[in-house]
Design a binder for this molecule. Structure first.
Ligand code: ATP
Length: 260
């Protein structure tokens, strides 16, 4: 059994966009912890605030109120060098639409975050090889994004998000642009990396299949926490967890569909 430590604390976070008639309260005071080594899912209907939450954690948005602490330190207190370190090596970000750079090879895309942060790239050769092996992209490293399948593109993007050894991988709908087979393949690989390397993952998803790989799921409704569910240990099967996820989604208004 893993020894979980508190890695991230989200404390009463509120986020309001716009003012007056255009004002939208995307997050209305949300509180939860993320423990080191866990695979945490965030689910909720469209517009419930999931991406806003991830953007606040990634410092792409600033909460209107509340705090986010990484290992006890308020991320809003970071000055530019700390902020750059946080964005460059404490968090990794995996987007729905891959966001690879077309005129760089897969390998160059993966190493880009290190180049941006002025790291000695050679020292990461071992990490690159290890990730490429884990994500099954060793034979496409010299190819350009246009020469890759959607599944390969997302696995390259995952390697890029993980190359700097982040404390936490933030994944925003990582299977959203993939077919069922590639989605399952990506989730299996992320799940293995999560358990073997103890990489903490925080993943927003609409997809109950993808969510069934998580160890815990937070359900958000209208900017607040609606429900929390944990995969039973030891040994709840993925299919049993999947069925329980579907039943919560149904309460949230998702009907019998596996996608909200
Ligand atoms: N930049 C923005 N300016 C104004 N309103 C915004 C902005 N971004 C999001 N919103 C609003 O905030 C609310 C939450 O949006 P958010 O994108 O966080 O939801 P979500 O749960 O990720 O949705 P989806 O599943 O559709 O991606 C929505 O009402 C949305 O219209």
């Amino acid at each position: 059994m893993k020894n979980y430590e508190k890695l991230l604390e989200v404390i009463q976070v509120e986020k309001t966009y716009g003012t007056g008639q255009t004002e939208t309260e995307a997050l209305k005071g949300i509180t939860f912890d993320v423990f080191s080594g866990e695979f945490l899912g965030i689910m909720g209907a469209s517009g419930s605030g999931k991406s806003t939450l991830l953007h606040c954690i990634a410092t792409m948005q600033k909460p209107t109120k509340g705090k986010i602490l990484l290992q006890g330190v308020d991320i809003s207190s970071f000055k530019s060098a700390q902020l750059s370190n946080y964005r460059g090596s404490k968090i990794g970000y995996l987007f729905q639409e891959f966001e690879l750079i077309d005129n760089l090879t897969a390998k160059e895309n993966i190493l880009l975050p290190l180049a941006i942060h002025g790291e000695e790239i050679k020292s990461r050769d071992k990490k690159l090889e290890e990730l490429a092996d884990q994500l099954d992209i060793l034979d496409v490293l010299q190819k350009f994004p246009s020469q890759l399948s959607g599944g390969q593109k997302q696995r390259v993007a995952a390697a890029r998000a993980l190359i700097a050894n982040p404390s936490i991988l933030l994944a925003d709908e990582p299977t959203g642009a993939l077919d069922t087979k590639n989605a399952k393949n990506l989730m299996e690989k992320l799940s293995t990396i999560n358990s073997n390397d103890d990489t903490t993952v925080l993943m927003v998803t609409h997809d109950a299949n993808a969510a069934s790989f998580c160890s815990r799921i937070l359900f958000i409704q209208d900017g607040v926490l609606f429900h929390e569910m944990r995969r039973r240990v030891p040994g709840e099967s993925q299919s049993s967890f999947y069925e329980r996820i579907l039943s919560v989604l149904a309460q949230l208004g998702g009907g019998s569909s596996n996608v909200l």
